[in-house]
Ligand binder design. Sequence first.
Ligand code: PLP
Length: 429
Amino acid sequence: MTALWHPFADMAVVDGSEVVIERGDGAHVIGEDGRRYLDGTASLWYCNVGYGRSEIAEAVGAQLERLHAFHIFGEYASRPTLELAERIASIAPVADSKVFFTSGGSDSVDTAAKLARRYFEQVGEPDRTLILTRDWAYHGMHAYGTALAGIGVNRLGGVLIPDVAVVPWDSAAALAATVDELGAERIAAFFCEPVMGAGGVRPAPPGYLEAAREIVRATGALWISDEVITGFGRVGDWFASTRFSLDPDLVTFAKGVTSGYLPLGGVLASPRVAEPFWQAGAGAVWRHGYTYSGHTTACVAGLVNLDLMEREGLHRRALQLEGVLHSALAPLAEHELVGEVRGGVGLLAAVQLDPSLVEADPSLPGRAAAACREAGLITRALAGGGLQVSPSLVITEAEIAELAELMRAGLDRAAAGAPRAAGLSASRP
Ligand code: PLP
């Protein structure tokens, strides 16, 4: 019996069959039982610089001894927090952006959504309260993120925030129609994952992002890039918004900013949004923030993480490897269990199980992920029945080839009828 209530888990099944990971090293993790796995997921999409980085551990240890944390409310700050804000501002997709720190991705989404509404209140357009989101979207699990979920089952429990509308994930025409129907002047913001992550790794169709950006610009609403997954090198640049020229008004980030060595998140606010709050004499205090916003030691982890990425060119590496990963996985599309392979943008892909097989047997994605683990590869079943591929950015070309082989071996096992997986449901972050 375990006392640990696992997120997104059927505890009746997970209880007693936990997979306990003990160590990590590069793109691999090692279980308590000594088994070594190639981690195809970089944990929950975050371990961009790979496991076992002693430089981060040493800097974190030294900071914990000096000052583990001091808050940043009002006029207080700590030096690492100030430095990380400067550092992130210097690589932001929009020049002169300001950095509002949070403690994770869901915090960042709620922060951005609240800021969008507060911004329009401040600039005299208080009727702009609606926020648009896309089918398949995953924007975390706080109240706003839950309301903004494009994965229907993640909204179970009732409507938390009513001022939300969901549009198709891939149609600019449908977005334009929704804007017309709701009234452009009522819309505060459009949330967009430049490459959809937890909803099954769905790169936007050609032309979609450009067209959607123009539609949102014309409404006067804010464009919010949710870069909790795509930020910090996952798609071959510091931010996907830079790669795709999205000119975002707000950017949410978390995960890769520290590679998960300590939890941290934040929101980048472009000059448009920041200015009404920074103007001398405006007296526009934004009454928002979290106890652990910009946690001192988490920011040290962030600074060393970014040093490593820069020194080793990891922020560009996904661009170099995206073709390699896609070519390695593409042949799996012929496998009897597979419908298609999605990816080709950064170190992000999904091996989508055949939807008709998933419909006939909803346990298949979980079983396939467990069978891959048996073969030595950690992957996860995403919403819609795709298997997640998002390895650490330090993965080598040889390890990418190995990843594809292990995935095939796992699929073969699953096709041969591997046992039921432990409580995995196909609708997780
Ligand atoms: N936004 C996106 C795009 C995500 O993928 C996630 C988590 O996977 C979140 C927000 C929520 O982040 P967190 O789990 O750190 O709260």
